[in-house]
Design a protein around this ligand. Structure first.
Ligand SMILES: O=C(O)CCC(=O)C(=O)O
Ligand SMILES: [Fe+2]
Length: 219
């Protein structure tokens, strides 16, 4: 089978996406990639996953009981063989979507690497919870993807005196490489007033789940 056919077969198997209605199809989706101009190397795709595929991932996480009680809010998987079944089709979709866009939202050498990702973190945030400003550890390669599920939030990218807000809606994906990955910090502040405002409107906070995909340096 050609790569593309093989990928479609995998997607159909995992997500049953052959019989989707046209507008919601994940197999042939019109992805809208936006470059965040102020932060070089940062791209946002607000309509990356259909609501159906978002639900499938959330149900799979629930079925596998990754978060059995409120004190557990993070699940990590290292190595291709330990990733959940939906992570590979998700990574394939990221690659295909990025390759289909000009200019590509990740540099060519990253988009061509195998595997694209072999490490995953799922984070669950209740209302008011976020993540402190940080640069992801250097043990991970360049080229990081974050998928947002459930509640929307504003993520801020900060560097010296600059702070750039990015709205992460459910089903959106961001890709970070180069300066965005190494020079800018990213954070989600859902406690300090003023941080969760988008276009003058205060965002309603509820539970949010995110999936971060990265590639280990030494594997
Ligand atoms: O939850 C998010 O959107 C961000 C997660 C993150 O920055 C990380 O896992 O390093
Ligand atoms: Fe991070």
């Amino acid at each position: 089978m050609r790569d593309e056919e093989e990928e479609k077969a995998v997607l159909e198997q995992v997500f049953g996406c052959d019989s989707e209605s046209e507008s919601e199809s994940d197999c042939e989706r019109e992805w809208e990639w936006e470059s965040i101009e102020e932060v070089k190397g940062l791209w946002l795709c607000p309509n990356f996953l259909s609501t159906r595929r978002q639900s499938l991932i959330l149900s799979a996480i629930e079925d596998e009981k990754w978060f059995p009680n409120p004190s557990i809010n993070q699940a990590m998987r290292f190595g291709l063989q330990h990733l959940p079944s939906w992570a590979l089709p998700l990574a394939h979709t990221i690659r295909r979507s990025a390759q289909a866009h000009q200019p590509p939202p990740l540099p060519g050498h990253i988009l061509r690497r195998e595997p694209l990702f072999d490490q995953m973190i799922a984070n669950v945030y209740e209302a008011g919870e976020g993540i402190c400003p940080h640069v992801d550890l250097l043990r991970f390669h360049d080229g990081i993807a974050i998928l947002s599920l459930e509640s929307s939030c504003v993520m801020h990218f900060t560097s010296d005196a600059s702070s750039v807000p990015v709205l992460l809606t459910p089903g959106s994906l961001i890709l970070m490489s180069g300066e965005a990955r190494y020079l800018w910090k990213h954070q989600i502040n859902r406690t300090t007033p003023g941080f969760q405002i988008w276009k003058g409107q205060q965002l309603t906070q509820s539970k949010r789940t995110s999936i971060t995909l990265r590639k280990l340096q030494f594997q």
